[in-house]
Structures are given as structure tokens and as C-alpha cells.
Design a protein around this ligand. Structure first.
Ligand code: UD1
Length: 430
């Protein structure tokens, strides 16, 4: 079984190039089916989630042609099937973006109910409410969400919770609805804006993405486009915090510093230096880390997808820190693994109370989900001794070449598949 073998203790030093944002790529790829013209997407991350989505699209008759590792040509003029239920698609959350996209274009879609990371109950009531408001019938049967509409008509929709997924899904369907749609209490994440920019580049008329009111004027059809996906805010933030926990000096390149403001603010609070340039940020951690408090919030607040990474840093920070998770109710499962590495963290409901320790010690641990998996690798890089991290398929869902990028920064980390390879790594790194 593949696992990461890690010998901790090396500060991460150097430069790392950030890829395209997974959470922007997924809706953009899904939205590419909304035109019969050809779409060319660049800066696509080569990670498991995007690959699963592309193969599901291919299975319903979409022409998907890879050009190198990070570009793809998509043509959906020959879609043969509006039922998406291959065995892999259920495993990724973003499968449901095909509902909004197909419903918008064909007024009908059936897609397997989504999975994704097990970080709490992930309701889809706001997606359903939005589709119904546009005039679609929605039923859930035999594990599929089935949507159908005679025709879609714009409407005024107030989201009861701020939801990235529901905002994106309803925005896609509304683009090809008749008349105007207003989405209030919309999510403001950079990937919502990126999708809106992409749809506008295909001829859609969307205004206000990035604010909490999105106004859409329906158009009758979309045309082809060439588009480059924005850099991944969470991959960047992960490397920024990896610099902090290993007492390193890392320049994170190909980023939009504005998208990283809440992350940068917390790094400054805990005693790191952060230098920003046009498209890169440098994080230097030369002093002991200091405690702080943080609460996850929708953008521009501190991202829930960075919660495990900041917790790993705060567990090494002097004093007591409090982390409050306000988006997902079950996102502290990794704390048990961190405790096995010596962390002193007490979880009460959606709050973690952290008493800083001097150092982690290596252990055999498992990645419980995507972001927590990356955070546990960060802890291992800072730990004394060896760590093995199992279930790395979760990490591969959202980080491209994670261990190779870390190796380039001086980390002692390898992907090993057998006991023999693990022993070899131990001998080599001593
Ligand atoms: C997306 C991201 C995920 C990130 C999350 C929050 C993708 C593929 N995933 O997930 O990485 O952690 O945003 O930034 O982009 N909710 C409802 N009803 C709904 C929809 C959501 O109650 O219909 C609740 C959820 O249970 C959760 C909160 O709203 O408590 C936020 O969820 P949402 O923003 O929808 O997250 P995802 O789009 O699933």
C-alpha cells in the first residue's frame, strides 16, 4: 500500500510553484459542457478529483483531449447520455456541478449523489431550492439526483446558508434560463468569481460575482472559450504554513496574494514574516511561533480548508490557542492522529483548545481526508524521527506532486509502496 515515509526536522527552504485551483477547475470543467463549441482550459491541476470528473464527462460522450499535463480541450457537442453515475463519480463532491451545467443546457440531468471528504453532513438543500426556483423538478431516487424542466425561468433566490457549491450550481443553471436571476447571500470565494469569469468568457451575462449578490441575465446559448484557471489558494496556504511549522523560508510562486490575505494575516499574528510581491509570497519563520485564535468563515474569512494546517502550526506555538470550525461540524477527526504525535489538543464540539508543545514526534498515522492529510504531512515534516502517512489517496485528490514539491524544498519525504522501500528510506535518511 502506498504511503509517505517522512523523516522530519529539515526546515523547508526554496521556491515552490502553485498549480491551478482544484475548486475552480471542477466547476469550470463541468461548465465546459454548456456549449457545443470547443473550449480550451489551461492551468488545470493534474489531481485525482479533476481526472475523475473528466473521465465521467468522457463517459457521457464529451470529447476530452489532454494537451500536456495542464491543458485540456473539451467539446460537448456529442453528449449521448444525461445520466452520470460511473463508480468513481460518487467519490467526488464536485460531481454535482454536472447537474447545474446539464440542467442549464439540456433541461435534464441525473447525477449520482456526491461524496467527497467526510468532514460532516454536507446537505444539498440549497442546490435543490435554487433549481426548483428556476422551474426545475428535482427528485432523489436510487442514489441519483434527477432534475427536469420544461424550460428554466430566472428568479430571485435567497440562499439560507452561504454555500460555494449551491452558488456555483444555481449560477450555471441560471445562465441559460430565460430572464433575470438574482442570487442573494451568495458565496464570494475566488473560485466562484473564476467560474463567473469563465462563463462570461463563453457569452454569459453575470455581474456581482465576488459580492453576496450575483445578478445573471439569461442568454440563449454559450460559445467556445480559452481560459486559464486561477492559482490554488489552499495549495498556496498549505505551503505557507508548511514553512511556518518547519521554521523554514519558502517563496510560494504563481499566486494571487489578495486571495491569501486571511492566511497571511494569521501567519503574521503567530510571528512569521511574510513578504508579498505581484505573484508570489515569501514566508520566513525564524522566531518561535506564538499562539492565536482563529475561526473559519466563508471568504474573505479564514478558509475551513486551511483549518487543519493552522491547527498543526498552533499546536507548536507557545501558549494556548483556540480554533473554531464554523463551516463543517466534523472537521477535527485528524486531531487523534496529531495527538499520537504528541500534540496537546482538546476538542469540544466545534472548538479545539490547543496547548502548544515544543515538538512533534514521528508516528504511524493515516490521512482522514484531503486537507487534514496534508496537515499531518506538515506535522511529520516538523517532527523528530520517522513518520509514515497512510491513505494518501485523499491527499492526491487535491495536491499535485505534493511529495515532489516538498522534496524540492529540502524535505525528506518519499512515496513508498513496500516494507522494503520503507526500510531503504530509513537507512538512507538515518
Ligand atoms: C466547497 C469546497 C470545499 C470547502 C467548502 C467551504 C469544492 C469542491 N469544495 O465545498 O473544499 O471546504 O466549499 O469553503 O469547491 N450547506 C447546506 N446546504 C446546501 C449546501 C451547503 O446546508 O445545500 C452547508 C454545508 O453543510 C456546510 C456549509 O453549507 O456546512 C458550506 O458548504 P459549501 O460551501 O456548500 O461547501 P461545498 O461547496 O460542499
Amino acid at each position: 500500500m502506498e504511503q509517505y515515509a517522512i523523516k522530519g526536522g529539515n526546515p523547508l527552504v526554496g521556491e515552490v510553484e502553485i498549480g491551478g485551483a482544484k475548486n475552480a477547475a471542477l466547476p469550470i470543467l463541468a461548465a465546459s459542457v454548456m456549449t457545443d463549441d470547443t473550449v480550451y482550459i489551461e492551468n488545470m491541476p493534474d489531481v485525482r478529483d479533476t481526472n475523475v470528473l473528466l473521465s465521467a464527462m468522457s463517459n457521457i460522450g464529451v470529447m476530452v483531449k489532454r494537451e500536456g499535463r495542464h491543458s485540456v480541450i473539451i467539446n460537448a457537442s456529442q453528449i449521448s447520455n444525461l445520466v452520470v453515475e460511473d463508480e468513481h463519480i460518487k467519490k467526488i463532491r464536485a460531481s454535482y456541478y454536472l447537474i447545474g451545467a446539464l440542467l442549464g443546457k439540456y433541461k435534464h440531468a441525473e447525477v449520482a449523489l456526491p461524496g467527497g471528504c467526510d468532514i460532516g453532513c454536507r446537505a444539498i438543500d440549497q442546490h435543490i431550492k435554487g433549481f426548483r426556483a428556476l422551474g426545475a423538478e428535482v427528485v432523489i431516487e436510487h442514489g441519483l439526483i434527477k432534475t427536469n424542466a420544461e424550460h428554466l425561468k430566472g428568479n430571485h433566490i435567497y440562499m439560507d446558508v452561504v454555500s460555494v457549491g449551491a452558488t456555483i450550481n444555481v449560477m450555471m443553471a441560471a445562465v441559460l434560463a430565460e430572464g433575470a436571476t438574482i442570487i442573494e447571500n451568495a458565496a464570494k470565494e475566488p473560485h466562484v468569481v473564476d467560474l463567473a469569469n469563465f462563463l462570461n468568457s463563453m457569452g454569459a451575462n453575470i455581474k456581482g460575482a465576488g459580492t453576496d449578490v450575483i445578478r445573471i441575465k439569461g442568454v440563449s446559448k454559450l460559445h467556445g472559450s480559452e481560459y486559464a484557471i486561477i492559482p490554488d489558494q489552499i495549495e498556496a496556504g498549505t505551503f505557507m504554513f508548511a514553512a511556518a511549522v518547519t521554521k523554514g523560508d519558502v517563496t510560494v510562486k504563481n499566486v494571487i496574494p489578495k486571495h491569501l490575505e486571511s492566511i497571511t494575516a494569521k501567519l503574521l499574528e503567530i510571528g512569521c514574516e511574510v513578504e508579498e510581491a505581484d505573484d508570489c509570497v515569501r514566508v520566513v519563520a525564524s522566531k518561535p511561533l506564538i499562539h492565536t485564535h482563529v475561526k473559519t468563515l466563508p471568504y474573505p474569512g479564514f478558509p475551513t480548508d486551511m483549518q487543519p494546517q493552522i491547527t498543526v502550526a498552533l499546536a507548536l506555538s507557545k501558549g494556548t490557542s483556540i480554533v473554531t470550525e464554523s463551516i463543517f461540524e466534523n472537521r477535527f477527526k485528524y486531531v487523534d492522529e496529531l495527538t499520537r504525535m504528541g500534540a496537546n489538543i482538546k476538542v469540544e464540539g466545534n472548538t479545539a483548545i490547543i496547548d502548544g508543545i515544543e515538538r512533534y514526534t514521528g508516528a504511524s498515522i493515516s490521512a482522514p481526508d484531503l486537507r487534514a492529510g496534508a496537515a499531518l504531512v506538515m506535522a511529520a515534516l516538523a517532527a523528530e524521527g520517522f513518520t509514515t502517512v497512510d491513505d494518501i489517496r485523499y491527499i492526491e485528490r487535491g495536491y499535485e506532486d505534493f511529495h515532489l514539491k516538498l522534496q524540492n524544498l529540502g524535505a525528506q519525504i518519499e512515496l513508498v509502496d513496500t516494507e522494503r522501500e520503507l526500510q531503504k528510506f530509513k537507512l538512507k535518511t538515518g
